[in-house]
Design a protein around this ligand. Structure first.
Ligand SMILES: Cc1cc2nc3c(=O)[nH]c(=O)nc-3n(C[C@H](O)[C@H](O)[C@H](O)COP(=O)(O)OP(=O)(O)OC[C@H]3O[C@@H](n4cnc5c(N)ncnc54)[C@H](O)[C@@H]3O)c2cc1C
Length: 463
């Protein structure tokens, strides 16, 4: 079977999207890549349009089928000094600073096997290119799940989710990939295959290197396989909405929920605009609270939730369709067909509601509409700016996002641009200042990728 989109024999010399002159992989290198992965799995020219990011077209896209093929491709790129962009589902391909040279897309879509599932040990080992929803379906058939629920699970790959440290509403109770990873196999920038950790239990002597690759955005190595801890699927799970007349009151109620005996698996706060995007009528604000476990325990918790929130103006909890879960992580950006910009802010849980109000005000003062959602219990806020019909002024957008970042910092937090046009990303750093830790990160990067070929320049601290 052939890789990628509709085949084409033409090697276009210009990018369909931008008209910019393309750099092309030298023909002898293309031939070597074809010899490794098979001719049908190397894309070039117009076939590359699905892989254009921020107007930059890669020089070729290569889709290896085995770990050895990944290692051979990385070795060839390293020899040629050609930048590599690891590519899973591509759902977060535009996150970060665009690379100075687009180089070679290294697609992981052919490495999609579930290598080993040990229900008795509650572990799974899978290749990086497996689609998260497919992995979950296979685990679910045996009564288990991987407790990660990032957005776009029907397109995102396991490797991409680990590389982006992606998470969703259930992070509130179950944490992130960092809490679940037992072992990982990566291909490093020189083409070596390195295994860290174990397959059954954590097996780390010395530094916990496998965790270094989580959230590294493909800048330290290509994840090819990972072993993760699983959980039994709960008997039942429910999501309820508690509506509030004021966003501020919802914020206060969150503190009471966190201090109570309740054990929710998700506590999300949405404003009216984001609520509409997930199909809920919740003006001006709602808390969406999830519970899992035994049916009677959930009944008790929902009743108790009603008592906890009532003194703060929370209405009685109402059931929300199960389909709402999957929309929660992207509720803010989904509120607008094409948002002008999306930013994620990390703040203390107690400051989430204030941060949302402050952010909405700073945009409103410039005539810009916004939508807000938050995994409030872990202080992760997403704000999206509406594109008001005409093209936004990049300077004005950058000013608004800078004010949002300042608000996050004022509470001891930080903020990153999740999506914005290139002109905005040029005016305002995408990643927040890494501080003194940035120097350590730069040294780690220089040590493991001395030629700087893995997603160069994309990440924090100029990495
Ligand atoms: C608008 C928007 C909103 C989002 N909101 C959230 C959110 O609220 N919470 C959240 O947690 N996530 C969020 N995400 C991120 C996104 O859901 C995840 O990052 C996604 O799971 C990535 O999976 P993917 O396979 O599509 O990765 P890709 O998009 O293909 O890659 C993501 C990054 O990982 C690298 N990469 C991919 N595969 C590998 C590999 N095998 N080895 C090494 N590096 C690799 C890529 O080079 C890239 O840097 C959002 C993304 C977008 C675009």
């Amino acid at each position: 079977m052939r890789t990628g989109p509709t085949p084409s024999k033409r090697r276009a010399s210009r990018s369909a999207s931008s008209g910019e002159r393309l750099s092309l992989v030298p023909a002898p290198l293309l031939d070597k890549l074809r010899a490794v992965v098979g001719g049908g799995h190397v894309l070039s020219g117009v076939e590359l349009s699905p892989y254009v990011v921020d107007g930059r077209t890669p020089e070729a896209a290569v889709f290896p089928a085995t770990v050895d093929e990944v290692a051979a491709v990385v070795s060839l790129a390293a020899e040629a000094g050609l930048p590599l962009v690891p590519w899973g589902g591509g759902t977060a391909a535009a996150v970060g600073v665009p690379p100075t040279r687009a180089g070679l897309v290294l697609g992981l879509s052919r490495l999609r096997a579930i290598v080993e599932h040990e229900p008795g040990d509650l572990t799974v080992t899978a290749q990086a290119g497996v689609i998260l929803s497919e992995l979950q379906a296979a685990l679910s058939a045996r009564g288990q799940w991987l407790s990660l629920d990032p957005p776009d699970a029907d397109r995102a790959t396991l490797g991409g989710v680990l590389a982006a440290n992606a998470s969703g509403p259930r992070r509130h109770l179950y944490g992130t990939a960092r809490d679940l990873l037992i072992g990982v196999t990566v291909v490093t920038a020189d083409g070596s295959v390195v295994r860290g950790g174990g397959r059954v239990v954590k097996n780390v002597a010395g530094y916990d290197l496998p965790k270094l690759f989580i959230g590294s955005y493909g800048t330290l190595g290509v994840i090819v396989e990972a072993t993760l801890k699983l959980r039994p699927r709960p008997d039942d799970e429910r999501l309820v909405a508690v509506r509030f007349e004021r966003l501020k009151d919802a914020g206060t109620a969150v503190r009471a929920i966190l201090a109570s005996d309740l054990i929710p698996n998700a506590v999300d706060l949405v404003d009216a605009v984001a609520a509409r995007a997930v199909g809920i009528d919740a003006a001006p604000a709602a808390l969406l609270v999830g519970f899992d476990g035994l049916r009677e325990q959930i009944d008790w918790q929902i009743a108790e939730l009603g008592s906890v929130v009532r003194p703060y103006g929370g209405q009685a909890p109402t059931a929300v369709p199960a389909g709402v879960w999957t929309g929660l992580a992207r509720a803010a950006q989904a509120a607008f067909e094409t948002p002008a910009a999306v930013m994620t802010l990390s703040v203390l849980p107690s400051l989430v509601a204030d941060t949302m109000e402050q952010g909405a005000n700073s945009a409103r003062q410039r005539g810009l509409g916004t939508a807000w959602c938050a995994h409030v219990g872990v202080g992760l806020v997403t704000g999206a700016v509406r594109a008001e019909g005409q093209r936004q002024d990049p300077a004005m957008l950058a000013t608004v996002l800078a004010e949002w970042r300042a608000a996050a910092r004022a509470g001891g937090g930080h903020a990153s641009i999740r999506w914005a046009p290139l002109a905005v990303k040029t005016a305002l750093p995408v990643w927040d200042d890494a501080g003194p830790a940035g120097r350590i990160m730069q040294r780690i990067k220089a040590e493991v990728d001395p030629q700087n070929i893995l997603n160069p320049g994309r990440f924090a601290a100029g990495i």
